[in-house]
Write a protein that binds this ligand. Structure first.
Ligand SMILES: [Zn+2]
Length: 444
């Protein structure tokens, strides 16, 4: 029923806070360090596939795809349809050989998105998944009912929040108290990922902000391992920003990760914004996470793979400080509901590979005026003479980001080869994220 795959970690090479190497998941190979883009729309997927078709050798460190269950119908499902079609072309070859090769060689992750049983943002999309377990559907309707009462002013914002908190906690804590239900819900959410070709199963864990919810996540991870019995079922944790304020809870989480029996450990921190100057404490907590990950990998003889989802601007320190795979959206920002400024008329910002942040479209226009182009050697930017229309620009800047993230990942691997990981710190110091330079563990 569920595709169990062997996970085999190849030879590794360390330099203080990070390592090179690779892992095989069934027949697919994954490099450390890999950027795994989160493909949220058919356009994102097309951009990724086009980049691969055009310059595959420029994307050696971007060979993994992350999707969310809420968009799977428009993204991975469409890709699988082509890859699995029996259609032949005039030369009797598979009509979609490229898509078939992609699906057969590039590891796929499907996020079950239980975040949106707590966060409002994509709750509606979650409720529209036809195969969603009925228990989750009814939880979502209860939460939506409160939203409506807030909109019609029957409840204040604070009252609505309190009521939703009670419903949310009652659901997840109550679910585990029932005999068969948790296994049913977990099985259906894992089967959905399996149907979409996931190479690693992600347990449907709720976002956590308290020790009680951490216990729920632990239980769901445990049940998932009983359902998806292969080595390719991950341990998954979704942390809320509140957790980053609590050393006690971070300690509980790290103690759990030290002891958990999984080869794949996947973490997502919702709306992580460590770049704010005043977030000294939160950066300290993130550093603790990176240090612990390094410790676990070494203690477990390199037998663990760590993945960070929705990393946003933390992409670079996360990749150079402990995570083997890091995922972000093609906008390089992952905060729910982060939109560009309306003055730019839909032209999105450009990820600056030197400053490691997204530059505004105003900055982009200035760079074109002053230098006649953008300071980037990727195949997209080096051929771009003008910004162009909105749609063209938005596709190009996304394609540029895939190349840039792959180069940056590959560069970190090169630093390890040369035993000069301090160059990653230097890069952070010179970037607009110089706040992050003290994040990397074991490097001074
Ligand atoms: Zn570029």
């Amino acid at each position: 029923m569920i595709a169990n795959k062997i996970i085999q970690i190849g030879k590794t090479k360390w330099d203080r806070c990070t390592r090179n190497g690779s892992v095989r998941i069934g027949n697919k190979n994954l490099l450390f360090h890999t950027f795994s883009p989160l493909l949220q729309s058919s356009q994102d997927l097309m951009t990724y596939l086009e980049a691969f078709k055009s310059y595959p050798d420029q994307l050696s460190n971007a060979k993994m795809m992350t999707f969310r269950i809420i968009e799977a119908d428009k993204t991975i499902s469409a890709l699988l349809e082509k890859a699995n079609s029996k259609q032949l072309n005039l030369h009797e070859q598979h009509s979609h050989q490229f898509e078939k090769d992609v699906v057969e060689s590039i590891p796929i992750l499907i996020d079950p998105c239980m975040d949106y049983t707590w966060y409002k943002q994509h709750r509606e999309e979650l409720s529209q998944i036809p195969a969603l377990p009925k228990e989750l559907r009814s939880l979502i309707s209860s939460l939506t009912r409160i939203d409506k009462q807030e909109q019609t002013k029957k409840l204040t914002k604070a009252e609505a929040f309190q009521q939703q908190k009670i419903i949310y906690e009652d659901f997840w804590l109550g679910l585990l108290a029932e005999p068969k239900k948790p296994a049913d819900v977990v099985t259906r959410m894992l089967e959905l990922q399996n149907a979409f070709g996931a190479d690693v199963g992600l347990p449907p864990v709720p976002p956590i902000y308290s020790p009680k919810l951490l216990d729920v996540a632990k239980q769901i991870n445990k049940i998932s391992k009983a359902v998806w019995t292969g080595e390719n079922c991950a341990t998954y944790l979704v942390l809320t920003p509140e957790i980053m304020h609590s050393e006690g809870q971070i300690k509980l989480i790290l103690d759990y990760l030290k002891n958990v029996d999984s080869k794949f450990i996947v973490i997502k921190v919702k709306n992580l914004e460590l770049d704010k100057v005043s977030y000294v404490y939160e950066r300290d907590m993130f550093k603790k996470i990176l240090e612990t990950i390094n410790g676990i990998k070494k203690y477990k003889n390199d037998d663990r793979v760590f993945v960070l989802l929705e990393a946003g601007l933390q992409f670079y320190p996360a990749m150079s400080g402990g995570f083997d795979v890091v995922s972000t959206s093609l906008r390089a920002l992952d905060k729910d509901g982060a939109f560009g400024r309306s003055a730019n008329e839909g032209h999105g910002g450009w990820y600056d590979p030197k400053y490691l942040v997204v530059r505004s479209f105003q900055d982009v226009k200035k760079m074109f005026e002053l230098n006649g182009g953008l300071p980037c050697q990727c195949p997209v930017c080096s051929n771009m003479k003008e910004v162009g229309k909105r749609n063209v620009w938005n596709q190009k800047r996304r394609e540029h980001y895939i190349y840039s993230a792959s180069y940056l990942s590959q560069e970190i691997s090169n630093f390890v080869d040369q035993q000069r990981i301090e160059l990653a710190i230097e890069k952070l110091s010179k970037s607009a994220l110089s706040n992050f330079k003290r994040l990397l563990p074991f490097v001074s």
